[in-house]
Design a protein around this ligand. Structure first.
Ligand code: CP
Length: 313
């Protein structure tokens, strides 16, 4: 499979064509096959440099990109914000100008301000990959979620996903909702009123309690993390209250088990808030598969993007 137009940056899901989404998902399959070999490395990006620039904490996304780049034989450097001149007040663009002088080929960036990866992309020849910006987008999370579901369900057309939790403040909910709908899934949200998005497409079901949401007969339940660090003031009275009304309690895990539903969560989880230990051990949980697939999907993204594509084309 090849694409007519090269793309320099991955900034969101909305700007991708169907063909590009298929390209990334399809090429992640052979990259994942590599993981079964004793030598998991290919020379695809030998001589290329990948910089990870995380202005917000990350466990999965950053390490996943670093493993992905290593497996493609790229040179990987983590730009340590805490010990950099950013703490002395250096602006994002001044930092990027410095990195540009180092001739990085890819910059993987996470920032609390929506739109920062777009700004960086306009000011560098390197391919910029959005690893999460504010409430806006987390495109590689969406791609790995779609890949993980397709691996289990094959064709997603007509399948139903229920997304539960802090949808309003979640870049994961935004990006994953977009891709799952593009692949033909029906979506519904379950959230307290304070966490429900203000505007949703008419086709997306909106529920305020688990009984109604489960009556909709989802195939997949996708739990979101309660992002306390993004909330200036709490949107629910207590964590215990949230858990009782919107969390995946042990009793609700029992219902998922009876019906054979898939369970997903982007991580990191708040145990005892959106999920219990029982939920984490549920046999149809795809949480670990999401992490493993993240590496294959990010290898596919690095393989797909073309640093300097705009200038070259
Ligand atoms: N899913 C996700 O973005 O996790 P991290 O914050 O650990 O990268």
């Amino acid at each position: 499979m090849s694409l007519k137009t090269p793309r320099k940056d991955l900034l969101d899901i909305a700007s991708l064509s169907d063909e590009e989404i298929e390209f990334v998902l399809a090429n992640a399959v052979p990259f994942k096959d590599l993981f079964k070999r004793s030598v998991k490395k290919v020379p695809t990006l030998k001589g290329r440099t990948v910089l990870t620039l995380f202005y917000e904490p990350s466990t999965r996304t950053r390490s996943s990109f670093e493993v992905a780049a290593n497996r493609l034989s790229a040179d990987v450097t983590h730009f340590d914000i805490e010990s950099s001149s950013v703490v002395k007040g250096e602006s994002v663009l001044d930092t990027v100008e410095t990195l540009e002088s180092m001739r990085a080929d890819y910059i993987v960036v996470r920032h609390k301000q929506s739109g920062t990866p777009n700004l960086i992309a306009k000011n560098t020849r390197a391919s910029v990959i959005n690893a999460g910006d504010g409430w806006h987008a987390h495109p590689t999370q969406a791609l790995l979620d779609a890949f993980t579901l397709r691996e289990k369900m094959r064709d997603l057309r007509g399948a139903r996903a229920l997304i539960v939790g802090d949808i309003q403040h979640s870049r994961v909910a935004r990006s994953t909702s977009l891709i799952l709908r593009r692949l033909g899934m029906s979506l519904a949200y379950l959230a307290p009123g304070s966490m429900m998005p203000r505007e949703t497409p008419d086709e997306v079901g909106l529920f305020g309690n688990w009984d109604d949401a489960l009556s909709w007969r989802p195939d997949v339940v996708y739990l979101l993390r309660v992002q306390s660090e993004r909330l200036d003031e709490p949107f629910f009275p207590t964590a215990a209250e949230y858990h009782k009304n919107y969390g995946l309690t042990d009793a609700r895990v029992g219902i998922l088990r009876e019906r054979g539903l898939w369970l997903m969560h982007p991580g990191p989880v708040n145990r005892g808030v959106e999920i219990t230990d029982t939920g984490m051990n549920y046999e149809r949980s795809l949480i670990n598969a999401q992490v493993e697939n993240g590496i294959a999907v990010r290898m596919s993204v690095l393989y797909w993007l073309r640093p300097g594509a705009l200038e070259d084309s």
